[in-house]
Design a protein around this ligand. Structure first.
Ligand SMILES: Cc1cc2nc3c(=O)[nH]c(=O)nc-3n(C[C@H](O)[C@H](O)[C@H](O)COP(=O)(O)OP(=O)(O)OC[C@H]3O[C@@H](n4cnc5c(N)ncnc54)[C@H](O)[C@@H]3O)c2cc1C
Length: 430
């Protein structure tokens, strides 16, 4: 078994000239070369802005190349919870944004001819308890009534047409969701941003950011590991890897580890037995499992096996936890080899919502909570339009952005083991 991201074996990332010096100035400095930053850079460059993307590692190095490739409708929180938090009107707009975000990915993939195995295969949520299944009916009804969007309930006795597992109490299907190869998608987005005229500087970590006027124009001086840059505007797209360069944002984001294994390539018949309709699948627990077939017929199985962000140790431990979880779901895979394991870091806000807007004068979009493939792309695009002076309707801009209760958080998530235990307890009792 390799401690390596399987998706990266399927792609070559775009090349940049690492020896090149940073320019003195830019219209917009974008921090982070994942879906958020690259999508913003592409849009801004197409509008004629001089855009410089600063990436501490390499293009797509963060969650954007490491995820499950599930491009999902909806948000992490259920619709009833959203309505109770934001009311019907704003929730309607948020749900519409989640659908628009998938169309946005489809449009970019089409326009930029990105070969990333984009497929409208739909997603299947499976219920781990009868009470979870009962709640599906309520959700389907609200989503149809409030958002005119149709989901399908799958009764337990019909579930074998969707999944080759007997452990669930039923399911809920949304045909609109999509599967992609995320590493190919982020590579394509990077290439598109470069083609549009954005400059991407890899191995260039932003260390500090301070206000500085230049020739009468208000702006920002960014100190990086490769020198300084002045920019009129700054857009932060650092997600779960948000650090000390943006301390205000760092204290609003909880970095949470998520881990994935992939098996060896499965025979066709077995792959079809496990997932007859090739859905993106996830379960109804807080300690969620998510899984799918890869385009070359491996089972990709992920979960929050450890809450801490990835390290060699947490990745190795997660491999066995996930393998046992996979066998619980699919005993057919008992003797199947696991070939790859890797981890990545998710960005959770304290209210588990995406957030975008301006903080301390800088633009940002973060907080995708494991629903970021489409939403990060979309928020990058919307925020780019806003920076360019347009007024896109963004229902996540301006919603309250809570920090830790009592302010007990300085960016080091000391409470993750407690949170992990709490969610395990919730899965047990509810
Ligand atoms: C294991 C895993 C599975 C997931 N599965 C799914 C899924 O199936 N579906 C889904 O919708 N979402 C999923 N997600 C979430 C999704 O991948 C993310 O929400 C999305 O990729 C966020 O994109 P981003 O561009 O905002 O951040 P990232 O891709 O994380 O990029 C942030 C970048 O910022 C850079 N950076 C940070 N600080 C600095 C600095 N100071 N200077 C320069 N650069 C800096 C980092 O190096 C990094 O490359 C998953 C995430 C993980 C980890």
């Amino acid at each position: 078994m390799q401690l390596h991201n399987y998706w990266l074996t399927t792609v070559e990332m775009p090349k940049t000239d690492v020896a090149r010096a940073l320019p003195e100035t830019a219209d917009v400095a974008v921090i982070g070369a994942g879906f958020t930053g690259l999508s913003a850079a592409r849009t801004l460059a197409k509008k004629g802005a001089k855009v410089v993307v600063l990436e501490g590692e390499t293009i797509g190095w963060g969650a954007s190349s490491r995820n499950g490739g599930m491009v999902l409708t909806g948000m992490k929180l259920g619709v009833n919870k959203l309505i109770s938090m934001y009311g019907q009107e704003r929730t309607r707009k948020m749900y519409a944004a989640s659908l628009a975000s998938i169309d946005c990915v489809e449009q970019i993939v089409g326009e930029e001819k990105i070969a990333c195995d984009f497929s409208r295969c739909g997603h299947l949520e499976v219920a781990c308890k009868q009470a979870h299944f009962d709640d599906y009916a309520r959700q389907v009804e609200v989503i149809a009534r409030e958002f005119s969007h149709e989901l399908k309930i799958v009764q337990r006795h019909e579930l074998s047409s969707e999944i080759g597992s007997g452990i669930y109490f039923g399911g809920m299907v949304d045909e609109i969701s999509v599967g992609v190869n995320p590493a190919r998608y982020v590579a394509g987005l990077g290439a598109a941003a470069l083609r549009a005229g954005a400059s991407v500087f890899e191995q260039t970590r932003v260390q500090t950011i301070g206000r500085e006027a230049r020739q009468g124009t208000q702006g920002w001086k960014l100190s990086t590991s490769c020198g300084a840059l002045w920019a009129r505007d700054v857009f932060v797209g650092t997600s779960g890897y948000t650090g000390r360069a943006t301390p205000g944002l760092q204290t609003k984001i909880i970095p949470i580890g998520s881990y994935i294994i992939t098996t060896e390539v499965l025979p066709d018949a077995l792959a079809r037995e496990l997932s007859p309709r090739n859905r993106m699948i996830y379960d109804s627990k807080n300690y969620i499992y998510y899984y799918r077939l890869t385009p070359d017929n491996r089972m990709l199985f992920g979960g929050r096996a450890a809450f801490f962000p990835e390290s060699g140790d947490s990745i190795r431990k997660s491999a066995e936890i996930l393998r046992l979880g996979m066998i619980d779901v699919y005993p057919q895979l008992r003797n199947t080899k696991v070939e790859f394991v890797w981890g990545g870091t998710l960005d959770f806000a304290f209210d588990i919502m995406p957030h975008a807007g301006q903080m301390d004068g800088m633009y940002y979009a973060v907080g995708y909570a494991g629903h970021g493939v489409a939403m990060a792309t979309y928020q990058g695009q919307l925020m780019a339009l806003q920076i360019a002076g347009e007024k896109p309707d963004n229902p996540f801009d301006g919603i309250p952005f809570p920090g830790a209760p009592l302010g007990l958080y300085n960016g080091r998530p000391w409470f993750l083991p407690l949170a992990g235990a709490y969610y395990k307890f919730l899965d047990w009792v509810s």
